[in-house]
Design a protein around this ligand. Structure first.
Ligand SMILES: Nc1ncnc2c1ncn2[C@@H]1O[C@H](COP(=O)(O)OP(=O)(O)OP(=O)(O)O)[C@@H](O)[C@H]1O
Ligand SMILES: [Mg+2]
Length: 256
């Protein structure tokens, strides 16, 4: 099982759009049993799949151990893709995690969820606090969406710092340009500066995801955006394979 966190400390950079479309790619293209886990009280991932949380103000109870995940998880309508929805009770999640004093609560819940899922995709809120620190401790890979602007680059710096500060074994980070417009010279410069970073175009078909309330692959499967997500997902799968291989290699004996 792998935990792919879609995270930035900055709001409105495309986290929910990327997390929900990657969830679709994982289930539909890789036939992975996938859970999209919404950690943001704004409940954007549920909105993206036209779902209303069945049990109101219960999302927080999962973390306290008062409710089992299966009581909250809902099918999205996409085969192989379920949603663990957020609701407004998650506004108190950060302080609750601090009070509980369990630094690996999200990692422990992820392990439990791994019994039924191959891929967890985390849609994170734009925060830098105990919640984001716990996400970093749980993540196999962190995707950081970056609109090509100096402010986003700054946010990436914060994420890197945060990960180093809060985790003994930091997960790898994959920055992804999230709103690229190839007509703009600043965007082309950003692409040229970091050619290895994947890019998702700024296009109306992705805005449409929130209007149609389904992933782009379901209504515009051959669009540049859908193809960009397919490429991004296959790159992520390759990275996850590499990470798994490295983790299963025996530790060097008496290394210097
Ligand atoms: N590549 C894109 N092209 C066009 N519009 C996009 C793209 N990515 C995201 N958007 C739009 O930008 C807005 C913000 O996207 P989204 O909600 O995914 O960001 P977010 O980082 O999850 O925001 P928040 O921090 O509030 O949770 C939405 O209206 C979304 O439809
Ligand atoms: Mg969001």
């Amino acid at each position: 099982m792998a935990v792919v966190a879609v995270y930035s400390s900055k709001g409105g950079v495309g986290k929910t759009t990327i997390a929900s479309n990657l969830g679709w790619c994982a289930a539909e293209l890789s036939a992975r049993r996938t859970l999209l886990w919404d950690l943001d009280p704004a409940d954007g991932a549920g909105f993206m799949f036209a779902l209303e949380a069945q049990r109101k103000r219960q999302a927080r109870s999962l973390f306290a151990g008062d409710v089992a995940a299966h009581a909250l998880i809902e099918p999205t309508g996409v085969a192989g893709l379920d949603l663990l929805p957020a609701d407004s009770s998650l506004r108190e999640l950060d302080s609750m995690l601090l009070r509980m004093g369990q630094r690996h609560r999200i990692a422990a819940l992820s392990k439990q969820l791994a019994r039924n899922y191959d891929r967890l995709i985390l849609d994170c809120p734009p925060v830098l606090n105990e919640l984001s620190a716990q996400v970093m401790r749980a993540a196999t890979l962190v995707i950081v969406p970056l609109p090509p602007s100096p402010l986003s680059a700054r946010a990436l710096g914060h994420v890197v710092e945060e990960i180093r500060r809060h985790t003994k074994r930091p997960p790898p980070i994959l920055p992804v340009y999230s709103m690229i417009d190839r007509r703009r010279s600043l965007h082309l410069e950003a692409l040229a500066a970091n050619p290895a970073w994947p890019a998702i175009p700024m296009v109306s078909s992705l805005e449409q995801c929130a209007v149609q309330r389904r992933p782009v692959g379901t209504f515009a499967p051959r669009s540049p955006a859908a193809l960009a997500f397919m490429r991004l997902w296959s790159g992520i799968e390759r990275k996850l394979d590499l990470i798994a291989e490295t983790a299963s290699m025996p530790a060097p004996v008496g290394g210097h």
